[in-house]
Write a protein that binds this ligand. Structure first.
Ligand code: AMP
Length: 195
């Protein structure tokens, strides 16, 4: 499955909880980039240029990183991608990777929240964690990119009939309850159809 949402919508937090409850691995492209930045790897040095200003890391770099991660053994029983795909080109690339593996997506979960709430949360996170891409100008740019590019991704999955939307405003446990209820129905449907 995929979890998609604007920056600050709580994707990472909810992804960890879904991963624990469903027993599938959560893969966050943002976390992999941050680990590489921290480790000073060539990938991290390249990615940091884009992350610091709130731009997307180029598709070619991101796609290859995801392909490599999905070639590891722990994804065999399913996986949850957090923060990927974010562009139409990434959707096409992922479709190709999954088709070659004989896999398909069961559910795409979108967490929703309005921009003012997101900016408020992200500025709070900036004070707590000191993430370098959590200042107001960069936050606004990341939100713009989400509206311009990632909402098209969401629309594509809506057309495919696998999109489930969940309101991301509220307490963390409350949102987790909504998420688990929302994904239970598509999972049961997909199991029943033998997918
Ligand atoms: P996140 O933690 O998901 O908000 O991601 C942090 C940053 O990593 C983003 O602002 C981008 O610079 C980069 N990033 C994460 N996922 C992607 C992706 N799928 N495509 C391009 N850049 C990404």
């Amino acid at each position: 499955m995929l979890i998609i949402g604007p920056p600050g919508s709580g994707k990472g937090t909810q992804a960890e909880r879904i991963s624990e409850r469903l027993g599938v691995v959560a893969i966050s492209t943002g976390d992999i980039f941050r680990a590489n930045v921290k480790g000073g790897t060539p990938l991290g040095i390249e990615a940091k240029k884009y992350m610091d200003v709130g731009d997307f890391v180029p598709d070619s770099v991101t796609n290859e990183m995801v392909r490599s991660r999905l070639s590891q053994d722990d994804v065999e029983n399913g996986f949850l991608l957090d923060g990927y795909p974010r562009t139409a080109a990434q959707v096409d690339y992922l479709d190709g990777v999954l088709a070659r593996r004989g896999q398909q997506l069961d559910v795409v979960l979108q967490l929703t929240a309005d921009d003012d709430e997101l900016v408020r949360r992200l500025l709070g996170r900036a004070r707590e964690t000191g993430r370098s891409d959590d200042n107001e100008a960069v936050i606004r740019h990341r939100l713009d990119l989400y509206h311009e590019q990632t909402e098209k991704v969401v629309a594509k999955y809506a057309e495919g009939g696998i999109l489930t939307q969940v309101d991301g405003i509220g307490g963390i446990d409350e949102v987790t309850d909504r998420v688990m209820a929302a994904i239970a129905a598509p999972r049961i449907a997909s199991l029943a159809s033998g997918r």
